[in-house]
Design a protein around this ligand. Sequence first.
Ligand code: NAP
Length: 488
Amino acid sequence: MSIATEEQTVVDRVSKQLYIGGEWRDASGGGTLEVIDPATEEPLCEVADATPEDAAAALDAAVDKRAEWAASAPNDRAGILWKAFELMMERADKLALLMTLEMGKPLAESKGEIVYAADFFRWFSGEALRIEGGYKQFATGTSRVLVMKQPVGPSLLITPWNFPMAMGTRKVGPAVAAGCTVVMKPAQQTPLSMLALGQILEEAGLPGGVFNIVTTSSSGSTTGPLIQDPRLRKLSFTGSTEVGRRLIEASAQNVLKVSMELGGNAPFLIFEDADLDAAVEGALLAKMRNMGEACTSANRFHVAEPVREEFARRLGEKMGALKFGRGTEEDVKVGPLIDQPSREKVAELVQDALDKGATRVVGGEIPDGRGYFYAPTVLDEVPEDARVLHEEIFGPVAPVGVFSSEEDAIARANDTEYGLVAYVFTRDIKRAIRVCEGLDTGMVGLNQGMVSNAGAPFGGVKQSGIGREGGHQGLEEFLETKYVAVSL
Ligand code: NAP
């Protein structure tokens, strides 16, 4: 099969309809929204553009199925998740191609995301069997404390475009394992991966109504009424801090249980005693994974002065050598950014830093031709007031600066409203622990440039979020605790 034919086939195989109550159907208004390939700026296909009435129907379906699904056997829920894991792994190549087409990341990275995404189903398949309560005596010895864990109920899941599959399975896995029914709203730029996931879960035997998908071009007006509906019990959102804040506010009306995975501004600290080879490799991974379009992306590099120049030079050599292009092409390591406004913002941040006195080590250009590409860029001696150090870049740009002491490194790292992840490179174990303790973040990569793992509690503090996804903690987000006082 030629590459173009294979691309067409994977796009054709995905349902373009809404998935509500176990049925695939068109949007009630008949509307569609276009999906664009960011590497060519050409349309790939159109999918259903849901109206508020469609979203209401999806919530109705989730509510109708709520009690039955909550009472289902953990073995059945575990079995469905395990089957879905297997199907994802079997189809990993095709799912990866689909993701590259709608989102742009290189095929190898898309494949990595499919494996990571599937892993949440494997993990939560096990967690479905480990929903534990408790039993103890009152301190007085008279009555008993019985603690039950029960599914929180119908949940609205909203996901971003940067990890179109993994941000979905990281929510769907625990929701299904806990016995919750859901309405899923994926990002409008990348609806295809989620629709493909719907087909997989259907094939894996997930009963209709447990997982409902609403794709829409008007996220606010479509999901707003659901958040105000008293039958909804939980909102789990991954996206920008700005939108997250608004959704927390809206959730206050019905006091919804919320999980928020929001933006980041990750510091990457390199001490003088660090293994510099490992630090450069870790930096490349933390910066260039997903073209820098990750909440965990290293946003700023704070380096001990004696090794700063060498680090910036070596990172510049590595980043400058990365081939960029359409993610389907061989050896491409850097795909396009998601759209023109995102690329403009990246270019603006780089220009601001250069205007304020930063040195360009490599990159800093928009290449000619179609597609929203931006050249991998390293800036050295970036001044403190440059916007690039304070705003989420979401692009392949690495600003490098210095710190003068351990205290200064921690202070600089914490000088942000965000608190998702930080990276620390040092060979001194005592310093490593001191710095990890001092960082105001939910996660730390210690001598490694990646933290994501299905079995680990992923999440942030400060304005990076509320709650955790993955690990046993991820399941707890979809459970409520009920305490029964038992008289004997
Ligand atoms: P975004 O603009 O906040 O959008 C995220 C999702 O929210 C999309 O599905 C979007 O739909 C929807 N949305 C936007 N406005 C809404 C509203 N008023 N009501 C309901 N839904 C609404 O974020 P993004 O640009 O897609 O994603 C990038 C951001 O996500 C970055 O800040 C990144 O750090 C963060 N992120 C965080 C994590 C984490 O785990 N902490 C992981 C990945 C990404 P539309 O597509 O229709 O706009």
